[in-house]
Design a protein around this ligand. Structure first.
Ligand code: AN0
Ligand code: CP
Length: 317
């Protein structure tokens, strides 16, 4: 595997989950594989989990790691081709990318959706430029439309906690003060459609995601009805996808906050969220602190998903 941006880059989900299980049980089995290989992690946006877990994953594989926060200490990058560069951006991404590639063997990129230009976001212009111009294998640490390392960790977690072969998994929108990308929700839907879980998405009207990601998922506008009999509740906020509101916050309705009354409708469901989470907007204190909350083991599995992916890329070098 040379590129990892979505579920279809894997041989199969089943194969990837089996490899992840091995990596989790044997975290230091491949310390020689990454010797004298350098991972460069490029962040255009903030991160706690992705930064730490991906670095840990690479160290477990014996790699060297360099981290660059583009917005802290690097030159501001122009990303459009053809512009006269007389503004505040001294360097063009078309030089910066191959230069970055010359210092490493593998590149991880975090570049969120700008939420202003839907076509630019949904064409994945930033990560695709890294794929095209870096000369190196590239993996996504959350790009404009997907967050595959997160979703891979989510599915490892569901596999570990499920009590029935085909659990009911519910992705629920929940309120947030700011406009967030659709990436986590898109990815979660895209990967859930590769499983045989019963998969339901619930959100207020106007928050419909792209059908390219939701596929065969059942859309239920009544959140309480969606929660009935659920085995996993996966909460996430996202901004509107549909025009004319692309990238906008159209509701902050706290009726959609996940609380213990709603969790009582479920089949004693586990609560999941990718984090960072806003308490008492997305989820009440008591739900996130309850024994059914698995957000910490879910975050811990980010090391496992990253290590499984980086290992596959190292094997292809
Ligand atoms: C980001 C998002 O929703 O895409 C990153 C989540 C992993 N969240 C925030 O910016 C709060
Ligand atoms: N879940 C996740 O990707 O968290 P960070 O934004 O902190 O990396």
């Amino acid at each position: 595997m040379r590129y990892f941006t979505n579920v279809h880059d894997l041989v199969s989900l089943e194969d990837a989950l089996a490899k992840a299980k091995y990596v989790k049980a044997n975290p230091y089995a491949d310390q020689v594989l990454g010797k004298n290989k350098t991972l460069l992690m490029i962040f255009f946006n903030s991160s706690l989990r992705t930064r730490l877990s991906t670095q840990k994953a690479a160290l477990n594989l014996g790699m060297n790691v360099i981290v660059l926060d583009v917005n802290q200490g690097a030159w501001k990058l122009e990303t459009e081709r053809g512009v006269i560069m007389d503004s505040d951006k001294p360097e063009h991404i078309l030089e910066a990318i191959p230069v970055m590639g010359s210092y490493c063997d593998i590149i991880g990129v975090r570049a969120f959706a700008g939420l202003k230009d839907k076509d630019a976001d949904y064409n994945e212009t930033i990560i695709n430029q890294f794929i095209k111009y870096s000369g190196r294998p590239v993996f996504s640490m959350e790009a404009a439309t997907r967050h595959p390392l997160q979703t891979f960790a989510d599915l490892i977690t569901i596999e570990e906690y499920k009590r029935v072969a085909k659990p009911k998994v519910v992705l629920t929108w929940a309120p947030h003060p700011n406009a967030l990308p659709q990436a986590v929700a898109n990815s979660f839907a895209e990967w859930m459609n590769e499983t045989d879980c019963e998969f339901v998405i619930t959100h207020p009207e106007g928050y419909e995601l792209s059908t390219a990601f939701t596929g065969k998922a059942k859309i239920e506008y009544d959140q309480k009805r969606a929660f009935e009999g659920a085995d996993f509740i996966y909460a996430k906020n996202w901004s509107a996808y549909a025009d004319p509101n692309y990238g906008k916050v159209i509701s902050k309705d706290r009726e959609w906050t996940v609380d213990s009354d709603k969790m009582a409708l479920t089949n004693n469901a586990y609560f999941m969220h990718c984090l960072p989470v806003r308490r008492n907007m997305i989820v009440s204190d008591d739900v996130i602190e309850s024994p059914q909350s698995i957000v910490i083991p879910e975050a811990a599995n980010r090391t496992v998903s990253a290590q499984t992916v980086i290992k596959e890329i190292l094997l292809s070098l």
